[in-house]
Design a protein around this ligand. Structure first.
Ligand code: SF4
Ligand code: SF4
Length: 284
């Protein structure tokens, strides 16, 4: 079963939830795999401390123009939807960071002046947490804008027979959707503030359109107001757990500690979430 942990807004505690659920599942004897798909800022490794066994470069095919063949007709720039190639005076410039590697410009060039080469956009790191838990992390190169191809590579490592936890990127755009597409169940993490609720509404819309089973964990309970509860009730959203807003939890997180190891009173909450979610997905 694959569980994606997502949040419309950054800083809600999505990574903390992923870490603590994974640790709870490992302690309960599940065969677990953890995927960090938050490729712009992967940080699960800070808490799970995996041993990295391999690191591979992920590349995208981007165009290269042979100036001896190019007539500066401008056809490539016309068809590029991402403004990744343009004619400037008597030269054609390619902006690899903007290119989506669609291959359209090479097909459109009447002079066959465009070839493609591998441009590195990130890395895939694989390893293990302890003896038995597989760990995969995607990492987007600084300055690159193409997170979805990295997330797709991370997802290719998915072991369907394991209980898989995917830490999704925050937000509601393509990278987050790409990470959610792999899931059998989506856990949304939000906080009871107006900003938290604003982004949660958008994420719930997306998850409903995807027709995915989902539930909500409310973090930082005690902060903000009760609007998120009213929204959840009105929209029949299952609240899986509530995590209190406490200074000691924040300090432990900042120090890279795992809550279920440091605070025994939270173990029951995370065990209960795991039971509900695996029951919903048909795993016990
Ligand atoms: S389509 Fe080909 S020939 Fe025309 S400007 Fe682009 S690279 Fe040059
Ligand atoms: S490969 Fe596609 S996205 Fe990249 S420059 Fe060519 S047309 Fe634009």
């Amino acid at each position: 079963m694959t569980i994606t942990i997502a949040s419309g807004k950054g800083g809600t505690g999505k990574t903390a939830v992923t870490v603590n659920l994974a640790k709870t599942a490992i302690a309960a004897g599940h065969s677990v795999q953890v995927l960090d798909a938050d490729v712009e800022a992967p940080n699960l490794h800070l808490f799970l401390r995996p041993t990295i066994e391999s690191e591979t470069t992920i590349s995208a095919r981007v165009p290269r123009v042979d100036e001896t063949l190019c007539t500066c007709c401008g056809r490539c720039a016309e068809i590029c939807e991402y403004n990744a190639i343009g004619v400037f005076g008597s030269s054609v410039l390619v902006f690899p960071e903007l290119c989506h590697a669609c291959g359209g410009c090479a097909l459109a060039c009447p002079e066959k002046a465009i070839t493609e080469f591998d441009h590195p956009i990130g890395t895939l790191r694989q390893g293990a947490i302890g003896d038995a838990t597989a760990f995969v992390e995607g990492r987007l190169r600084i300055g690159e804008a193409k997170a979805p191809p990295i997330i797709r590579q991370v997802k290719k490592c998915l072991q369907r027979e394991a209980l898989v936890f995917i830490d999704a990127p925050p937000g509601n755009s393509c990278p987050a959707v790409e990470a959610m597409k792999a899931a059998d169940y989506i856990i949304l993490v939000s906080e009871p503030t107006p900003f938290g609720l604003y982004d949660l509404r958008m994420t719930v819309d997306i998850v409903r359109q995807m027709k995915m089973p989902y539930g909500l964990i409310i973090n930082k309970v005690g902060l903000g107001n009760r609007d998120i509860y009213e929204f959840s009730e009105k929209n029949h959203i299952d609240i899986l757990a509530e995590i209190p807003f406490r200074r000691d939890l924040a300090s432990a997180y900042a120090a890279g500690e795992v809550w279920v190891e440091r605070f025994p009173e939270l173990r029951q909450s995370f065990s209960s979430v795991l039971k509900k979610v695996t029951a919903a997905g048909g795993t016990s």
